[in-house]
Design a protein around this ligand. Sequence first.
Ligand code: 5RP
Length: 231
Amino acid sequence: MKLNQSAQDELKKAAGKKAAALVEEGMLVGLGTGSTASCFIESLIERCRAGLKITAVSSSVRSLDIAKAGGIPVRSMDAVTSIDLTIDGADEVDSKFRLIKGGGGALLREKIIASTSKQMVIIVDESKLVDTLGQFGLPVEIIPFGYNATITKINRAGYMGTLRKKQDDSIYLTDNGNYIYDIHAPSRFSEPEKDHDTIINLPGVVETGLFFNLPLRVLVGRKDRTVDFIT
Ligand code: 5RP
């Protein structure tokens, strides 16, 4: 049974609410990016309005704007060396809890925040659980300087893709002023650590959307409307 858009939105809201319930008084909370993370931020705003005292750091300007508009006190990441709990979405999750992220273009800040967090909860619907990463493709953040040379190096390493563009056909810019090269699906990353190492070592590549070794729990929203942690 495939869920329609409004059922999917309800599931994201339910998952966001369950994730927001994990936030405790006094925590410094990492805010992810994307439609699912936005549902979490909205639920966190409700809890803050009901009296919860927390501070937050944001993985994107988009999430920062939502949090600030809702009255969540947001700190600059420049002054932070440890985050209590980060809650974010993902594009794919495998059985070893390795992730593909970056569909929303925030992978670099998301990875900095994730790797600074003592705990992380990823919220996804069950369609994002995969046996082998890669069906979504792989977003890679690259610097604009010499980007065609960088893309050629990525291609020569065996990964074909597309430079991310906006609807008006201009090049998509990340919050860091960089570009995103979307390695095409279906690339299959059966050893994603090796793929990450190959790509990240190419000059001009800033970060890949492959995330590993995080203190991660995964909260899954299912078609039957249940939202639970998987182990
Ligand atoms: C943004 C991300 C998002 O978490 C990912 O794309 C999932 O987004 P959504 O919850 O909208 O499906 O990595 O860079």
